[in-house]
Write a protein that binds this ligand. Structure first.
Ligand SMILES: [Zn+2]
Ligand SMILES: [Zn+2]
Length: 265
């Protein structure tokens, strides 16, 4: 089975990821405009007709900005838990009712050739979920907004061949930056975002040869840079004597443009 993954956009301004096999594709989050999603997919020769649905992680606008238009104009079904739906659907949201699909927590469901399981994480939204997706013998975990890696989330990340994991902020940049105290505290809290140091520590503790791709995701615009996020991880790996194999690669996902297509074989 062919399996392609691409980040269309990743960061605090908007998140959208594509995962496809030779027949169909799915999107994970729709935090950029539907126009941008269509344009980026077209640029990669992916027809919108092949997209079978969009999975939604939580109700923050950087994950659902394009959802209304995608469901209305493209009649794209959207999948998330009843509690996340409850937080998204207000009297003002114009999401087509025909497109609403409820999924269970921590139970597999099938979509477009993928077995998908949602799992809960700690973040400052009414409910936030990560996704563990299996296709053939390949496993992918996408989890981008979480204050810490809890015992529920950890096994899904450890089991993946392709990990998309938040590396939101550099501790020093956040603390020395201009954000008000309450916001700094919220970001650093157990229900906020994962800092570079936390992501690096978890990966250094848990990396195995089965982790083919590590994608550092959801970088803050103001409190991080791709170079610092990457260096923090590489430094921690080298301190622990970890040397990556030929089949292993670390990528830092771009904030506003697609990152290269990853082909998992
Ligand atoms: Zn976010
Ligand atoms: Zn969020």
């Amino acid at each position: 089975m062919r399996l392609n993954f691409c980040s269309l956009s990743s960061g605090s301004s908007g998140n959208c990821y594509y995962l496809g096999n030779e027949f169909h594709g799915i999107l994970i989050d729709a935090g950029i405009s539907a126009t941008a999603i269509r344009k980026f997919l077209k640029g990669m020769d992916i027809s919108m007709q092949t997209i079978m649905g969009v999975l939604i992680s939580h109700n923050h606008s950087d994950h659902i900005k394009g959802l209304e238009v995608l469901t209305r104009k493209n009649s794209l079904p959207a999948f998330t838990t009843p509690k996340v739906w409850e937080s998204i659907l207000t009297p003002h949201t114009k999401i087509s009712r025909d497109c609403i699909r409820e999924i269970p927590m921590q139970q597999k469901f099938h979509l477009a050739g993928f077995d998908i399981e949602a799992f809960p994480v700690f973040h400052d939204a009414p409910e936030t979920i990560g996704f563990h997706i299996c296709a053939g013998d390949k496993k992918i975990t996408i989890v981008t907004d979480l204050g810490h890696i809890c015992n529920t989330a950890a096994p899904y990340i450890k089991a993946a061949n392709l990990i998309v994991l938040e590396s939101n902020y550099d501790e020093q940049m956040l603390m020395n930056g201009g954000y008000p105290h309450f916001l700094k505290a919220r970001i650093r809290s157990d229900h906020g975002h994962l800092g570079n140091h936390q992501t690096a520590e978890f990966l250094a503790e848990n990396i195995t040869d089965n982790h083919n791709y590590i994608c550092l995701a959801h970088l803050s615009k103001n409190n991080n840079t791709p170079e610092i996020a990457l260096q923090t991880l590489q430094r921690r790996f080298s301190e622990k004597g970890i040397v990556l194999g030929e089949q292993q690669e670390i990528l830092v996902l771009n904030r506003n443009v697609p990152t290269k297509m990853i082909r998992l074989i």
